[in-house]
Write a protein that binds this ligand. Structure first.
Ligand code: PRT
Ligand code: MG
Length: 219
């Protein structure tokens, strides 16, 4: 049995065509079903539905053999460092769920002068480790505030001066009168594989990786 960890929403939806290329179809829609384990048309392949940020943990500890997770989630998980992803093999950039990790502030906040003057900036984020690294590299002093969602609200309520969050179309920032001031990194989702599973089930896992690779757009 091969177990693949996915999260609901864009990662599940954008992984479906790659699974189809490997001859795998999923019988149920996780948005409609309450099931956490979804069977596939292949009796030896199943999908487990987990939180996006839990995918690396499941794969690292063998709760799943493979998974699909954003670069944001993988780097934050590694930087958080319980075991630091030693058992996680990342054979493929799937180039799905693309976005960027950026710094954003209120439209009326003068970020450039705050940085120039060496002021302490209050930064709210779900990605506190990546945010800390980014500002340390720039030599900017920050107070970090950990949030689990709706980062956009933090500058609007005075909780923070800036946020570090994912941006795709920029529509959410615009709708909340926020402005993107720095891109930290480009983000896409990767296939992650449990290193021990790769040794024990080498052939079926290799076939899956190859089918995924051949289904990726060439560029
Ligand atoms: O909800 P939960 O905490 O379980 O997980 P999650 O919200 O992180 O899951 P999900 O499915 O939203 O995101 C999974 C992965 O998709 C992320 O880890 C990213 O790698 C990737 N991804 C790609 C995105 C986006 N694009 C994206 N736009 N994840 C989130 N967003 C959010 C962003 O946080 C912001 O609130 O969408 C909003 C911005 O979008 P635009 O288009 O308005 O700019
Ligand atoms: Mg979400």
């Amino acid at each position: 049995m091969i177990t693949l960890a996915l999260s609901k929403g864009r990662i599940f939806e954008e992984t479906l065509p790659l699974l189809a290329a490997a001859g795998i179809t999923v019988g149920e829609d996780p948005e409609k079903s309450r099931k956490l384990i979804l069977p596939t048309n292949q009796p030896d392949v199943r999908i487990v539905m987990v939180r996006a940020s839990d995918v690396p943990t499941y794969v690292e500890h063998g709760g799943a053999d493979l998974g699909v997770a954003g670069r944001d989630v993988l780097l934050e998980h590694a930087a958080g460092g319980v075991g630091a992803s030693s058992g996680l093999y990342q054979p493929l950039d799937l180039k799905i769920a693309r976005c960027r990790l950026s710094v954003a502030v209120r439209e009326d906040f003068d970020y450039a002068s705050a940085v120039r003057q060496g002021s302490r900036i209050r930064v709210a984020s779900k990605y506190v480790h990546l945010a800390r690294q980014h500002f340390a590299d720039k030599g900017v002093h920050v107070d970090l505030i950990k949030l689990y969602g709706s980062m956009e609200l933090a500058p609007l309520t005075g909780l923070a001066d800036a946020i570090v969050d994912l941006v795709s179309t920029g529509g959410t920032l615009r709708a909340n009168h926020l402005r993107e001031v720095e891109k930290i990194m480009d983000v896409s989702s990767r296939l992650v594989v449990n290193a021990a599973a790769l040794k024990l089930q080498r052939e079926p896992i290799r076939r899956l990786i190859e089918a995924f690779a051949s289904a990726l757009p060439q560029d």
